[in-house]
Design a protein around this ligand. Structure first.
Ligand code: GTP
Ligand code: MG
Length: 167
């Protein structure tokens, strides 16, 4: 999982695992500062990467972030797919677009997941879906919308992950 700080990466890992605080969730952006790895009974492993774009992160953290994350994404041979989490209410941000451009440039398999679907009013959803997808250079059907709060889209994401992980 990669995405802007506070986008809901840790929350999504908890929702997928059906656990409340397996991954640390916080209102304070920048909570996840290391690469956190979660093994599942099926043998799959989820990796919660620190969020990008957290302005208040210390200079040292901001300086090591690109090396740590880019190194991980480029060199981890076991990596099957990157889930790029984009805030459903406000995304994509320029940093999200930069991340997508970087993944495309390096030909790293990835999918865009829109988070916090519950924060978008139903009347605004069709428009928001179009805008978010367009900002990511994708068709609306290529983006999966989820809410870790309500559980919307979580089962569908689980099925997709099963497909992606098939040998
Ligand atoms: P960093 O570790 O700082 O990079 O953040 P993160 O991407 O891991 O985000 P985290 O899961 O800690 O969630 C950040 C905030 O968003 C918390 O206050 C969560 O409760 C909230 N949040 C996460 N998912 C959802 C969601 O689906 N809906 C709503 N309404 N809030 C959410
Ligand atoms: Mg986190």
């Amino acid at each position: 999982m990669v995405g802007r700080s506070n986008v809901g990466k840790s929350s999504l890992i908890n929702a997928l695992a059906n656990r409340k605080q397996l991954a640390r969730v916080s209102n304070t952006p920048g909570r996840t500062q290391l690469i956190n790895v979660f093994a599942t009974p099926s043998g799959a492993t989820f990796v919660d990467l620190p969020g990008y774009g957290y302005a208040k992160a210390s200079k040292a953290t901001r300086a090591t972030w690109p090396r740590m994350i880019e190194g991980y994404l480029l060199e981890r041979e076991e990596l099957d797919r990157v889930l790029v989490l984009v805030d459903g209410a406000i995304g994509p941000t320029p940093l999200d677009q930069q991340m997508l451009g970087w993944l495309r440039h390096h030909d790293i398999p990835h999918s865009v997941i829109a988070t916090k679907a519950d924060k978008v009013k139903s009347s605004k959803r069709p428009r928001r879906r179009r805008d978010l997808a367009e900002g990511c250079d994708l068709d609306p059907g290529d983006v999966l919308w989820v809410s870790s709060t309500t559980g919307a889209g979580i089962d569908q994401l689980r099925s997709m992950i099963d497909l992606w992980l098939q040998p």
